[in-house]
Each structure stands twice: as structure tokens, then as C-alpha cells.
Design a binder for this molecule. Structure first.
Ligand code: UDX
Length: 405
């Protein structure tokens, strides 16, 4: 099938690559010229394991362009453009602009919405554009997005045009994943409910972590392990830490909060999850404040990790970056080390190795779960494990989220 993908961010680029691998002819449309050039040169502008190889192996079926006219004769167009939140509320401008641009060149195409949009959006696009609109939310995680897209846990397809639903179902048939065919609104809601549930699970275990810190003999890691054996609970998304970040959970939970309030049915539990998450970095700041004497400008904290999680170069919604800002605001000097982050926060000193960063700091906070941090060896200074990836027995002065003492 000939398929268009509009917006080559983390989701669009992986979708384009995997659909080409499945045998489709794919046209990727990206309006940012710098990003487009990177895709054309075979060096994707984002780091996602397996993506470069995916493009390289399927280049005969992949075309990249900034021109919507390339979509004139495609049957299906996936929209994977950003849906940022502004003051907590979702901004759908990019989705509508992209849909209009597709309509201008090809009004017969089936529009498939991959972007996360609040329930009712597909219907609005359909009404405004008079095009068939199918909702097909994305559940991939950064770092494993290629494999997640090849073999998702489920494929959710929403819409009212049965022929269009079947076309989209056929596109994903190679994944062999269970398919839920439903209304646009249900599909849109599945995405918000899933991400908000996972975010709530993380905030829940983070509150248990707070409790554990006050009870001698308690460690949230062991508590979570004990809980996770129960199949109804499952061991996933029960890792306590510095709080959830990234481009999805913070954005989707606040968009659901604003949307649910707007329609007069606030999701109290999600609001609580947001509240709990917003307090995570301050706990680390308070801990450091209690360890050092004022003025804090006389002490240097080494923050390990700037990305929102390990194995990615993505710093969007990073709790580690929030921590850096919060520590700076009370006066601490900041050293940073991250193997891949593309940005370095202002008024911080970036190091090329974790050893140098540790040597030059008075205390170290592990803020991102990069695998290489596990081999950290520091004997004489305070190490705070905000991601619970270190072995406490290896350190003399050690504090960790969810661990008493
Ligand atoms: C998430 C969803 O998992 C995915 O289904 C959706 O499509 C997009 O959002 P992603 O943002 O890539 O994916 O990262 P994920 O691995 O889910 O982690 C999100 C955040 O939660 C990270 O900051 C991570 O460190 C944190 N997290 C995750 C925890 O603090 N504890 C956990 O147990 C799991």
C-alpha cells in the first residue's frame, strides 16, 4: 500500500520505518528542513535504537519530503504531529493544520490520527475537513519504539467507516497483535486512560516510597517486588524514583485534567498523581539542604543524567532538568554528566565522564537510569540514588528514594 506519514518526530519516524519494513511504499512528510535533510542523509536527527538501520534497510520503499503534494495519490495518511499542552490544555493547531494540508492535495485519503488528541477531536476534524478520520493511538515507549511498533501489545482503531477501519487493520495485520475496533472517541480515550493509569501507578509507588523512608526496615524496592508478583498488579511501572517525565505522561495527564474539568467530571485520582509527581524533585532538594550547611553556593552537586530516562537523547519533560533548576534556585553549584543529552542547562558544568564529574562534586544525585551509572564507584561523598539503580552496599554515604535512613 502507498502510505503517507506526516510529522517525523519519535512516533512518525518509527511508524514510517516499520511500515516500509512491512512492505509498504511510505512517503514521510516533514516541514522542518534541517530534520528533513538529516532523514534524507540516512542520519536520523533523533536517537532511537534500531531506527537508523530500519531506514537503511528499507530505503527503496521510503521517500522523505517537505512537500505535501507527494501525498496526492496515497490511500492512507498517518498524522503524527505534536499536540503540546499550553497552560495544561491541549493545543490541536498542528493537527488541524496538517489535516488541512493533506486535504488540499488529497481529499480522498483516509486520515489516521496517531497524535494523542482529546476525545472528540477526530469527529471535529471529520466535520471540518469532510474526510474519513480514523483514530489509531500510539503506545510505544522511547528506547524500544521500533520493537514496540513491530510487536505492540494491542492495536486500537477507532472510527465509523467500516471500510477505512478494515484498511487500517490490514496495515497492522503483520504485527499479529490483538485488535480493538471501536469508535473514534473510545480509541482517543484508551490512550489517555492508559497513560494516566500508568502515571498514577508511578505516583502511587512514589507515595509508598515516601512512607518507606520513615519506617526502619522498609525499602520500597522490596515492597514493589512483593506487590508485583500479584498478576492483577503486575511488576511494571512500580519503580519509585524522581517522578515520571517525558513527552507523554506529564502532557497527557494534564490534558486529561483540563479536558475532564471542562466537561464537568474531574478525574480526581489523576489530579492527585500530578500533584504527587510535582513534589518529587523538591524531596531531593530538601534532602541535600539538610546535608549541607548554608550558604549552599559553597557546595557542588553532581547531577547524573539529564534525559527523561536512560537510553534516549530526549530531555522533554525531564525530571532531572527540573531538579537541576530547583537546586540552582537554592544556590547549589551544579556539575552535570549525561552520555547523550543534546542540551546542557545554563550555569552548569558539563563533564565528559562520570568519574570526572563525581571527583569535582561534593555530592552526587543519580537522576536518570542510564545503565552505565550502575558501575559508579564513590567512597568518600554522599550519593543519592533518585532512580534506585545502585547497590547501597557499595557506598559509605548513601541515601535513596524509598529507603529508610
Ligand atoms: C510512555 C508510555 O509508556 C507509552 O506507552 C506512551 O506511548 C508514551 O509514554 P515513554 O514516555 O517513552 O512512554 O517512557 P516510559 O518508559 O513509559 O517512562 C515514562 C516516565 O516514567 C519516565 O520518566 C520514567 O523514568 C518514569 N517511570 C517509568 C518511573 O518513574 N517508574 C516506572 O516504573 C516506569
Amino acid at each position: 500500500m502507498k502510505i503517507g506519514v506526516v510529522g517525523l518526530g519519535y512516533i512518525g519516524s518509527v511508524t514510517a520505518g516499520v511500515l516500509a519494513e512491512a512492505g509498504n511504499e511510505v512517503i514521510g512528510v516533514e516541514i522542518d528542513q534541517k530534520r528533513l535533510d538529516a532523514f534524507k542523509s540516512g542520519e536520523p536527527p533523533i536517537y532511537e535504537p534500531g531506527l537508523k538501520e530500519l531506514f537503511g534497510n528499507n530505503k527503496s520503499r521510503l521517500v522523505f519530503s517537505s512537500d505535501y503534494k507527494e501525498l496526492t495519490d496515497v490511500e492512507v495518511v498517518f498524522l503524527a504531529v505534536p499536540t503540546p499542552t499550553e497552560n495544561g490544555k491541549i493545543n490541536l493547531d498542528y493537527v488541524f493544520q496538517a489535516a488541512e494540508s493533506v486535504k488540499a492535495v488529497n481529499g480522498r485519503a483516509i486520515l489516521v490520527i496517531k497524535s494523542t488528541v482529546v476525545p472528540g477531536t477526530a469527529k471535529k476534524i471529520n466535520a471540518k475537513m469532510d474526510m474519513i478520520v480514523v483514530s489509531n493511538p500510539e503506545f510505544t515507549k522511547e528506547g524500544t519504539a521500533v520493537d514496540d511498533t513491530r510487536a505492540p501489545d494491542r492495536v486500537v482503531i477507532g472510527g465509523s467507516d467500516q471500510k477505512a477501519l478494515s484498511s487500517v487493520e490490514r496495515i497492522w495485520a503483520f504485527t499479529k497483535a490483538p485488535v480493538l475496533k471501536t469508535t473514534n472517541e473510545n480509541a482517543e480515550m484508551v490512550k489517555y486512560a492508559s497513560n494516566s493509569f500508568l502515571a498514577t501507578k508511578i505516583s502511587f509507588i512514589n507515595e509508598i516510597a515516601n512512607l518507606c523512608e520513615k519506617i526502619p526496615g522498609c525499602d520500597v524496592e522490596t515492597v514493589a517486588k512483593g506487590m508485583g508478583f500479584d498478576k492483577r498488579i503486575s511488576p511494571y511501572f512500580l519503580k519509585a524514583g524522581i517522578g515520571y517525565g517525558g513527552s507523554c505522561f506529564p502532557k497527557d495527564t494534564s490534558a486529561l485534567q483540563a479536558f475532564s474539568r471542562e466537561i464537568g467530571s474531574p478525574v480526581t485520582i489523576v489530579e492527585a498523581a500530578i500533584e504527587v509527581n510535582s513534589e518529587r524533585t523538591q524531596r531531593i532538594v530538601d534532602l541535600l539542604k539538610s546535608e549541607f550547611k548554608e550558604p549552599f553556593s559553597g557546595h557542588t552537586v553532581g547531577v547524573f543524567g539529564l534525559t527523561f530516562k536512560g537510553d534516549t537523547d530526549d530531555t522533554r519533560g525531564s525530571q532531572a532538568l527540573k531538579l537541576v533548576e530547583a537546586l540552582k534556585s537554592v544556590g547549589f553549584k551544579i556539575n552535570v554528566y549525561d552520555p547523550m543529552a543534546k542540551i546542557t542547562p545554563e550555569r552548569t558544568k558539563r563533564y565528559k565522564t562520570k568519574e570526572e564529574c563525581a571527583d569535582d562534586s561534593d555530592a552526587i544525585v543519580v537522576a536518570t537510569d542510564w545503565g552505565e551509572f550502575k558501575t559508579l564507584s564513590v567512597k568518600d561523598k554522599l550519593v543519592i540514588d533518585a532512580k534506585r539503580i545502585l547497590d547501597p552496599t557499595k557506598f559509605n554515604k548513601f541515601k535513596a528514594i524509598g529507603l529508610y535512613g
